[in-house]
Design a protein around this ligand. Structure first.
Ligand SMILES: Cc1cc2nc3c(=O)[nH]c(=O)nc-3n(C[C@H](O)[C@H](O)[C@H](O)COP(=O)(O)O)c2cc1C
Length: 326
């Protein structure tokens, strides 16, 4: 049975599904797309530098912008200095976020030096960070971690126990090591072991492509909720499909017209937001999304050869004109 809801203290996620944080993807525009399609219990920001927000760097603060209709929403922070992380978490609370999450997974070289999965190699430092953040905020506090640094140091169970003791209220597990990056398969047995070890809710993450995968993850691991990353970018309907599947046993597939509308509306919202990196975001999103579109490589090519955001939109319109009848 798929869990109907997840309670993280005073916060109820219904259904028990979460959008994974994805740097460069899950910005406010994309998050609103996901909210609009329905079926997602909690939305998360991209990871945000605690150093950046405490220095009030305008560029970093932009990552913490959200719209009221995205709620419930969690902000994800990364950093390794307890005082800085505590101050950043307090700011997140002041901004009205429903939850704060600490990133213990990012594999990027620049990030591991100052947090992310780097903290999985220094559990003493990690303990200080978690304790300082816990003392700084009243809103629910969660962590999202990889299984460990490498195969020789899988620390997920140890970290989950430590987190529970400190008062962290849920833990999300992406069971790949830092050394693995995104290669191979997520080892769901690590999620099961974490679930056995703690009483706080455990959120399973990694390689869910279909509603049936989410069902399998819950059955195999006993996790209390599932979190979805890459599939949300290739198939933003996944949350709605899961909701349909778990209530009715089957789910709808988006039509070509649905895909066109979603892509064109999302790109229009990026243009309207006047983002300096709109074209880059469009190309990146097209890389993911067009894998779900018939003849998607042709659309990908058209998007990638565009130079201006408006040109991208025109190419999208042209591509779908041959496919979608109004
Ligand atoms: C482009 C991209 C950006 C990501 N950015 C973040 C991030 O900011 N914070 C984080 O905790 N994980 C990040 N992740 C990891 C995802 O949240 C997730 O744990 C991982 O992709 C596995 O889940 P999936 O198989 O459902 O994609 C990122 C992943 C991708 C592909």
């Amino acid at each position: 049975m798929f869990p109907h809801e997840l309670k993280i203290r005073n916060l109820t996620l219904r259904p028990a599904t979460l959008l994974a944080p994805m740097a460069g993807v899950t910005d406010t525009n994309f998050r609103r797309v996901i909210r609009g399609l329905g079926g997602c219990g909690l939305i998360m920001t991209e990871f945000t530098s605690a150093e950046g927000v405490t220095r009030s760097a305008a560029k970093t603060l932009r990552y913490l912008y959200y719209d009221a209709d995205e709620r419930p929403i969690a902000a994800q922070l990364f950093g390794a200095e307890p005082g800085v992380m505590a101050a950043a978490a307090a700011l997140v609370e002041d901004l009205g976020f429903d939850q704060v999450d600490i990133n213990l997974g990012c594999p990027a070289k620049k990030v591991v030096k100052c947090g992310g999965s780097g903290l999985l190699r220094d559990l003493k430092q990690l303990e200080s960070v978690l304790a300082a953040v816990r003392a700084a905020v009243k809103i629910p506090l969660t962590i999202k971690m990889r299984s460990g640094w490498d195969d020789a140091s899988v620390v997920a169970v140890e970290v989950a126990r430590m987190a529970e003791e400190i008062g962290i209220e849920a833990v999300a597990v992406h069971p790949r090591t830092r050394a693995q990056g995104y290669s191979g398969q997520a080892d769901w047995s690590v999620i099961a072991r974490v679930k056995q070890a703690v009483r706080i809710p455990v959120i399973g993450n990694g390689d869910i492509r279909l509603p049936e995968d989410a069902e399998r993850m819950v059955a195999q691991t006993g996790c209390d909720a599932v979190m979805i990353g890459r599939t949300a970018a290739t198939n933003p309907w996944i949350f709605r499909q899961m909701e349909q599947y778990f209530s009715a046993g089957h789910y709808d597939q988006p039509s070509e017209a649905d895909r066109y509308r979603l892509l064109a509306d999302y790109f229009r919202s990026l243009i309207a937001a006047e983002l300096p990196d709109a074209i880059g975001k469009m190309k990146q999103f097209a890389c993911w999304f067009t894998h779900g579109v018939r003849n998607g490589s042709e659309l990908r090519h058209r998007v990638h050869s565009s130079r201006m955001p408006e040109e991208v939109l025109q190419r999208v319109d042209e591509f779908f004109a041959g496919v979608v009848k109004n």
